[in-house]
Design a protein around this ligand. Structure first.
Ligand SMILES: C[S@@+](CC[C@H](N)C(=O)[O-])C[C@H]1O[C@@H](n2cnc3c(N)ncnc32)[C@H](O)[C@@H]1O
Length: 246
């Protein structure tokens, strides 16, 4: 599947397609009770430009990492990074749909998904992806969550954008309901959001004259404005969980 041109232009030259940073991902991975020198099989779902896929490979130095995205463009972007970093012996890319990941049951020690589970929905993602985990495997996913009692502006925006936005407490309960042991969580800090939106906004300013992208751009501008006015209300939160052996 090809990426729409306006989508490509909006996110052009960004090193990530969501608020996040190396510091935040490393802080999250450090909370896993794992020796990063051990050998693991790791899956990065909806890898985007592949920044986190490579980060995973550098952190877990002896592991195999498989990353996929729906769009060919992003698969190719990961391919370039694999080549630049000489990781072709243990990092692999695919074009695939998260709704039908073509991997065997119990193939992975860690399933990682940053800022993308909302595409399938948090509860459905946990339910459908847990088959990919070994009996003692880990899932690390980030999802938009309420941090405080949200303003009516935040509520209105997210009601129309992602109906599964919820409090951390309720997300943790959903994790437990799906049969996982909840380990910990990490809130993506405001700095990551501000850095990301500042870069995205620069791209949007260059796109203003493109009429075909009008609705898409105005939705992104609304997203940025809503965050800037309500940044205490919500954030992406990384949730770390472990399969409970039956
Ligand atoms: C917000 S971006 C996050 C990308 C990356 N994880 C990051 O944090 O930079 C969402 C990603 O999901 C991908 N995507 C959208 N629908 C998908 C699907 N059905 N299956 C796999 N990937 C999908 C998009 O192409 C995009 O790369």
């Amino acid at each position: 599947m090809e990426i729409p041109l306006y989508f490509y232009m909006a996110y052009r030259n960004l090193d990530r397609l969501s608020p996040g940073s190396e510091d935040t991902t490393l802080k999250t991975l450090d909370k896993l009770d794992l020796n990063p020198d051990d050998e693991f099989n790791i899956l990065d779902i909806a890898c985007g430009v592949g920044t986190s896929t490579i980060l995973l490979a550098n952190y877990f130095k002896n592991s195999t990492i498989e990353g996929f995205d729906l769009f060919k463009h992003y698969k190719e972007s990961l391919d370039e990074k694999i080549k630049e970093n000489n990781l072709s012996d243990r990092v692999f890319s695919y074009q695939m749909d998260m709704k039908d990941p073509d991997f065997a049951n119990e193939e992975f020690d860690i399933v990682f998904c940053e800022a993308s589970i909302e595409i399938i929905g948090f509860k459905r993602g946990l339910k459908e992806w847990k088959r990919l985990l070994k009996p003692d495997g880990y899932m690390v996913v980030s999802d938009v969550s309420w941090l405080e009692n949200p303003s009516s502006e935040s509520r209105k925006f997210w009601k129309n954008t992602y109906s599964e936005i919820d409090t951390i407490k309720n997300k943790v309960q959903q994790i437990k309901n799906e049969g996982f042991e909840f380990i910990n969580y990490v809130i993506v800090p405001k700095k990551d959001w501000n850095d990301y939106y500042n870069k995205l906004e620069k791209n949007l300013n260059k796109l203003n004259s493109d009429k075909s992208a009008k609705d898409f751009i105005s939705q992104l501008r609304k997203e940025i404005q809503t965050y800037r006015q309500n940044s205490d209300d919500y954030s992406y939160v990384f949730y770390l969980m472990k399969m409970v052996e039956k």
